[in-house]
Design a protein. Structure first.
Length: 230
């Protein structure tokens, strides 16, 4: 009895090849995901706390910051003042209300007793002006340039085309992968595990698939929200 020809093998048992357009698309999107994730880390600003900044300054771990404009000289009321500093390779961002005397500010941010730039200069920190972005996107809690957010949105739409118009996905149903894809790491899992991918073992023949309901609950636990343009 002769072995079946490679073309007669079930799809999940064929060796993944970039000659398959769907596999090539998964690989291209995975490479793009890694590139955009690295860009987010390098140019994005991760939320931080003013208390963390002050502690790092006291410990000598921060010697230079960038501070945004607050209230204009002579103005009354309150305004947001932002500060960005480096925590290793990561850029951290914190905000507070700069408030003029006798004015009550909302409680959504910490209230600064004085101009943040003056406070940090008094502690020997080099203060540079912060050029605020006119438009940005929120990516999994990171503030990134709008161009990065647009590229991520475009890549997500291509991934959605792969999910809806491509072959029947492995390991989970289409709805299950849809819910998981709202998490950045769920997106990467979709590209690696929903179909043939070089270096990734195929699922066992007849193995069950995750359904949409369970995936929806899992996405709530993991946390969703890939992009929020602003």
């Amino acid at each position: 009895m002769t072995a079946p020809a490679p073309s007669a093998l079930p799809q999940e048992r064929r060796r993944p090849t970039l000659r398959d357009p769907w596999t090539a698309l998964r690989v291209a999107l995975a490479v793009g995901w890694l590139a955009l994730a690295l860009t987010t880390v390098l140019v994005g600003q991760r939320p931080g706390q003013l208390e963390d900044l002050r502690a790092a300054v006291d410990a000598g771990g921060v010697t230079e910051v960038r501070v945004g404009e607050g209230l204009e000289p002579g103005a009354t009321g309150y305004a947001t003042q932002a500060v960005v500093w480096r925590d290793g390779l990561l850029a951290r961002r914190a905000e507070g209300w700069q408030v003029s005397p006798g004015v009550d500010a909302p409680t959504t941010l910490p209230v600064l007793d004085t101009d943040l730039a003056e406070e940090l200069r008094a502690q020997g920190v080099r203060v540079l002006p912060l050029a605020e972005r006119s438009a940005y996107s929120e990516v999994a809690g990171w503030q990134v340039p709008q161009q990065v957010g647009l590229l991520l949105s475009a890549a997500w739409l291509v991934m959605l085309f792969l999910l809806v118009g491509g072959p029947v996905p492995q390991r989970a149903t289409r709805w299950a992968w849809f819910w998981l894809s709202w998490n950045p790491f769920g997106w990467l899992a979709l590209l690696l595990l929903s179909g043939p991918f070089p270096g990734v073992p195929a699922p066992r023949p007849g193995a069950g698939r995750l359904t949409g309901g369970w995936a929806f609950l899992l996405s709530l636990v993991l946390g969703g929200g890939l992009l929020v343009p602003s």
